[in-house]
Each structure stands twice: as C-alpha cells, then as structure tokens.
Design a protein around this ligand. Structure first.
Ligand code: F6R
Length: 249
C-alpha cells in the first residue's frame, strides 16, 4: 500500500490527477470508478486543467459512478447523476454515453444492481477506482457491517452518513435514507484503488482503514487486501496514524 501524506488537499489533488492522467495517456479507453462527495472535487478540477492544457483527452474514457441515492430525481442538483455530469463529465469532456451512474429510481433495483456489475465486467473492469472515505469508514455507501464481498446493492444510510451529507441539502430531512452503491466486492475488483482524504474529521477512519484490523466495521479496511492501493491524505487526515513518521512509498 502506498500512503502519501501531502502538505495540502491541493497537493494531493495534483498527485491524484497525475496518476489518472498517466493512466489515460497510456490507455485512452481506460475505465474510471468515480466517487462523488467533496474530497475528489479538486482532483477533478486538476484533471479539467490538464484537459484544457491539451495534456490529455478523456473523450474515450469510460466512467462508473460509485453510488446514487435511492428515490432522488436524477434531475435534482444533488443527485449523483447531476454531480457526475457537472463536476466530471462536462469539465473533463467525457462522452456522456460512456459514463454510468447507478439507477436509484427504477422499478427493479435488484436487477439494476446486477446489470451495473455486469456492465463493469463487460468493459473489462475498472482501471482506477477513485474513493473518498466516510467519517465512519464507509467506502461508496457501504456502511459498517456491509459484507466485504458484497456486489452492487441497495443499502440504508446510517444516521451519521445522513448527518454528514446534510450540508448538500436544504434541510437534514431531505437527505435520502437509502442508496445504491457499488459493493465492497465490486470495488475490490478494480485494478487500482486511489483513496483520498483530507481533514481531522477523517483521521480516525483513515487510521482504522490503514492500521486497524480488516473488518466490516470499517469497510475501508478492505484496502489492506488489495494489491494496488494509493492512499493520498493530508497531515490532518494522517494525524492518528501510528506509523505516520515514516515514508511508506
Ligand atoms: C461518494 C461516496 C462516499 C464519499 C464519502 C466522503 O460517491 O461514495 O463514500 O466518498 O462519504 O465524502 P466527502 O468527500 O464529501 O467527505
């Protein structure tokens, strides 16, 4: 596992963007797993800068969003359909037809989940899965006690996750109670995991993910079982690591 402790979220975003640009330059039809939330936004902005500078094209890159709320109108500005369109597809010049977001409003959610995993497999799997981490250690919306082998599925959101995400909505009650998420088994099949975190409020989750036991109580601890993981965190997010004093790279 490569753990890089950076001096600022911006420095982390530059580093993460470099890894992604290197992939896409060598593999223009690469497949990216796309997290939403606040953490990856500076990385997406750095990628958009690289596109504007003519350093890379995302025109043939495929994308699979990590998750979507259940029951939210895909046209709602905080639906992940809209977030992915606004923060990723448009600024990176991706082809919308090549980018998929889980279906949170369909009549048959279980079938939609199976179709999502099939679609990822059909294009050869995800090359780099971009991940944030919840304050409770969730990856995607895989909340504590989710099976580490789970496929894409519908899940209930914990009170903590709903409270953490209330900032995106007008009132806390508007935060959906359920979501469709790539499962931990789905995520772990990506060839590379790129986990980003910043801030003191992520320090406990990061310490549990990197140094704690592999346990469904900290879903992000599954990264310890993956052969190619890059963790890029700022000093505050690294502040509870026991081994933060040595360079793991
Ligand atoms: C988002 C997602 C979540 C977030 C996590 C951190 O697609 O899957 O796991 O990555 O909740 O969110 P932020 O980055 O807003 O702190």
């Amino acid at each position: 596992m490569g753990v890089t402790i950076v001096t600022s979220p911006e420095a982390g975003a530059q580093l993460a963007a470099r890894l992604i640009v290197d992939l896409v330059r060598s593999k223009p039809h690469a497949v990216l797993g796309l997290a939403t939330g606040s953490t990856p936004l500076p990385t997406y902005a750095a990628l958009a800068d690289a596109v504007r500078a003519g350093a890379v094209s995302f025109g043939a890159v495929r994308g699979f969003a990590l998750d979507e709320y259940v029951g939210i109108d895909p046209a709602h500005p905080e639906s992940y359909h809209q977030v992915i369109r606004r923060e990723v597809v448009q600024p990176l010049g991706m082809d919308p037809a090549l980018v998929r977001v889980p279906d949170g409003v369909g009549a048959d959610p279980a079938q939609a989940c199976r179709d999502y995993d099939d679609a990822i497999r059909a294009v050869g799997g995800v090359d780099i899965q971009i991940l944030g981490i919840g304050t409770n250690g969730h990856l995607g919306f895989n909340e504590p006690t989710t099976s580490l082998a789970s496929p894409t599925h519908v899940t209930a959101l914990t009170a903590q996750t709903r409270a953490d995400n209330a900032r995106f909505f007008d009132t806390p009650e508007q935060v959906p109670t359920r979501a469709v998420t790539q499962g931990l088994g789905t995520i772990s099949q990506a060839r590379t995991l790129l986990l980003l975190a910043n801030g003191e409020n992520k320090a406990s989750a990061i310490a549990a993910a990197i140094e704690g036991p592999v346990s469904s109580m900290c879903p992000a601890s599954l990264i310890q079982l993956h052969p190619d993981v890059h963790v890029i965190i700022d000093g505050a997010a690294a502040s509870r690591l026991t081994l933060s004093h040595y360079d793991r790279l």
